[in-house]
Design a protein around this ligand. Sequence first.
Ligand code: UTP
Length: 289
Amino acid sequence: MTKIRKAVFPVGGLGTRFLPATKAMPKEMLPVVDKPLIQYAVEEAQAAGIEHFIFVTGHNKTAIEDHFDANPALEKLLAKENKFDLLKFLQDSTFDSGKISYTRQSEPKGLGHAVWCARDLIGDEPFAVLLPDDIFHCKTPCLKQLVEAYNQVGGNIVAINDVPREQTNRYGILSVESDDGVLVKANGMVEKPAPEKAPSTCAISGRYILSPEVLDELNHQKAGIKGEIQLTDAMAATLDRVSFHGVRFEGTRFDCGNKIGFLMANIEYALDRPDLSEEFRQALKNLKL
Ligand code: UTP
């Protein structure tokens, strides 16, 4: 199986659900506890063996580029003040030169279009896609679980979770051919179907391993539901020649693109932090909900 070396991070969206916070700041830089959403996704990709990181950016997104760049003045200051723990945080989020590429989506025309914008940087090899507004609290990083499944069955692989039927109109939904409890083989998929029309309740969440055939399809994809070029439509169009599996990942997904998911992620991650959990747990108890 070809090694998955490259990952695409689509960060060209407008983040309207988080206005006014996202008026001048990228949604992907919103912090969960003290780390921006995008960094959770990047660290997950690193843990899955990704070697090259491709960001599809747009207006107002330069803070992301600065975040992953070195900041020599700040590093010097922290070293001088012996703040080596903080210095390590800075260095952890600094990429080696040449490991990261940026391309731009001139207009947010949808997720499929954002991925297509990275086509020349991806080339002719399978690649990962990570949506940074989904973060996954997992023992084995979610993308690593997908890579393990990819090494067994190849083809296109997505992370899935079961959602209540009334929520199918928020997700790409699989039509299931077989299901062993973890690995689901799909023979169809549809983006945001109404609950009564959904072929199942297996919802695609924001981690993908995709074959180059999906990029070929994106070359001539037209706008789908909501007037956007949908990644799901391009994936569905490859079903006749590329196998498609969903992986029911082990762990919890937080949809940080919506406010409740974002708030819950902050609570869960803070409770999991040795330096914060005790004091934070007490503070939550004091709320007397
Ligand atoms: P979302 O649809 O959740 O993000 O896309 P959004 O459009 O920015 O948010 P709202 O709905 O207006 O609040 C998921 C990911 O895909 C990226 C977004 O930046 C986000 O990281 N995306 C989306 C693009 O890069 N380009 C697009 O055209 C659409």
